[in-house]
Design a binder for this molecule. Structure first.
Ligand SMILES: *[C@@H]1O[C@H](CO)[C@@H](O)[C@H](O)[C@H]1NC(C)=O
Ligand SMILES: *[C@@H]1O[C@H](CO)[C@@H](O)[C@H](O)[C@H]1NC(C)=O
Ligand SMILES: *[C@@H]1O[C@H](CO)[C@@H](O)[C@H](O)[C@H]1NC(C)=O
Ligand SMILES: *[C@@H]1O[C@H](CO)[C@@H](O)[C@H](O)[C@H]1NC(C)=O
Ligand SMILES: *[C@@H]1O[C@H](CO)[C@@H](O)[C@H](O)[C@H]1NC(C)=O
Length: 411
């Protein structure tokens, strides 16, 4: 184990020297990426009801932002856990560019706590209070704020939502607990969906050794008030409440995160993964894996759960409440979202409009964002073509409400 750790450190150092830059390199921002792909960008700041200030990027497809083909519904693309909008802007074949070239009005979300959205109107991200959230709050506060902002800005009645991994989790939270939002969605596209997660056989329940190991490790950092996990680039070291890969105590975490971080740097040229989130977000996923269900955060005591949820135990989210039309893309080679769980999800969702099963085993969780194996590019192109066709087809469906005013009057 020790020598493995040494190897990781060594390869990190090697990578930095090789690039003649320090590991605290200046990041290539979403704006840089949009510009180098030949587009212009717009930056929008959205404030959530609980005061978080989020950054939305919009890809401007023509000088007056009136695309050549008039589309009915904008597209919001939402990244997953410990990630950010850059994920869809890697190389020329990122999904955001593919859709912009197809004349879609593309918006890229950034969730509270990451590099682009480490901001609040009242509290400082350098303190602990800022990091007191998980994907439940992100779904109910961040996704709703972004959806409302885009509809307000464009005057459209509905938008298309594309989520990757936690980008789907947050959507399911919103759509199952705040039913009125289903009407604001034309099509929801789930890439590598994450709801119930039962793939990891070595975590059959919350009493197993591996569960305890991960759970106790996360709790340790939370008790030490190190509640900001894996800040990116120049944000590292800003606050004493952070945990970076370098200062993880447990060797197995340090080694695996270090390796993934290094691989992603090689593949994308930057620290796209991991990017900042709260320790509580990681704990919430861990709890769900241990419980084998898609459920609310467990505060650890009946009294605290009662205060937060009105029940002694955290209740599962009701997938059958999600009325929005959903398309599901999953891969059998995905290390995190299994075929079994994706099929379970599909069986529970009341309004599934398309399912695509990607069978190439090399196609992983990250391939929904950027290419990890050039030999599997054809799978990626097939997925992009399918997404474009689906969006076009569903955009053309003539609906009673063509614009917001009209729609509000009729509903
Ligand atoms: C986090 O939020 C919960 C629920 O709102 C609250 O009970 C708890 O005191 C908060 N913790 C911190 C450290 O702010
Ligand atoms: C939890 O999983 C372990 C290992 O698979 C098993 O032996 C044990 O019976 C399970 N406990 C419960 C409560 O299901
Ligand atoms: C494990 O799950 C059971 C049943 O859901 C729950 O009562 C218990 O508090 C959980 N234990 C831990 C350590 O999370
Ligand atoms: C957080 O701390 C850093 C370093 O002390 C400082 O540069 C930054 O302005 C602080 N941020 C806020 C929002 O207070
Ligand atoms: C994907 O890559 C693997 C490994 O290189 C290869 O065996 C497989 O045929 C590829 N799949 C497709 C559909 O190109």
């Amino acid at each position: 184990m020790k020598s493995f750790d040494f190897m990781i450190e060594f390869s990190l150092i090697g990578f930095c020297l090789f690039n003649a830059i320090s590991c605290q390199q200046k990041v290539t921002t979403s704006i840089d990426r949009i510009k180098s792909a030949g587009f212009k960008e717009e930056v929008h700041k959205v404030t959530t009801l609980d005061g978080y200030v989020l950054t939305l990027f919009r890809i401007v497809t023509s000088s007056n932002n009136k695309p050549k083909v008039q589309r009915q519904h904008p597209v919001l693309i939402q990244h997953g856990l410990m990630s950010n909008s850059d994920c869809f802007l890697v190389d020329g074949d990122g999904l955001a560019f593919v859709l912009a070239r197809d004349n879609w009005d593309v918006w890229l979300g950034n969730i509270r706590g990451n590099y682009y959205s480490r901001e609040h109107t009242r509290i400082s991200p350098n303190g602990t209070e800022f990091w007191n959230y998980s994907w439940h709050e992100m779904g109910q506060r961040d996704i709703t704020a972004m959806v409302n902002y885009i509809l307000g800005n464009t005057g459209k009645a509905r938008l298309n939502y594309i989520g990757h991994s936690m980008g789907t989790t947050m959507f399911y939270v919103m759509a199952s607990t705040m039913p009125s939002y289903n009407k604001k969605i034309n099509t929801m596209i789930s890439l590598a969906p994450a709801s119930r997660m039962t793939k990891w056989d070595f975590v059959s329940n919350n009493t197993t050794f591996f569960y305890q190991l991960v759970h106790d490790e996360l709790m340790k950092y939370i008790l030490q008030k190190r509640v900001e996990a894996f800040p990116r680039g120049e944000i590292k070291g800003m606050s004493k409440h952070q945990v970076s890969i370098e200062d993880l105590d447990a060797l197995y975490f340090k080694a695996s995160f270090g390796l993934i971080n290094w691989l992603v740097k090689v593949l994308t040229g930057d620290d796209i993964f991991p990017d900042g989130t709260s320790l509580r977000t990681l704990l919430h996923y861990t709890q769900n894996i241990g419980a084998g269900t898609f459920q609310r955060f467990d505060y650890g005591s009946g009294v605290r759960n009662m205060l937060a949820w009105g029940t002694e135990y955290p209740l599962p989210y009701k997938l059958n409440k999600i009325q929005a039309p959903v398309a599901v893309y999953y891969a059998v080679g995905d290390e995190f979202s299994s075929e079994k769980d994706s099929e379970y999800l599909i069986s529970k969702l009341p309004n599934v409009v398309l399912k695509m099963r990607i069978s190439a085993l090399r196609f992983s969780h990250a391939d929904f964002c950027f290419t990890t194996a050039p030999e599997n590019l054809s799978e990626r192109r097939r997925m992009h073509t399918s997404i474009k066709n689906l969006l076009r087809q569903r955009d053309d469906i003539k609906k009673v409400c063509q614009n917001k005013k009209n729609c509000d009057a009729k509903s």
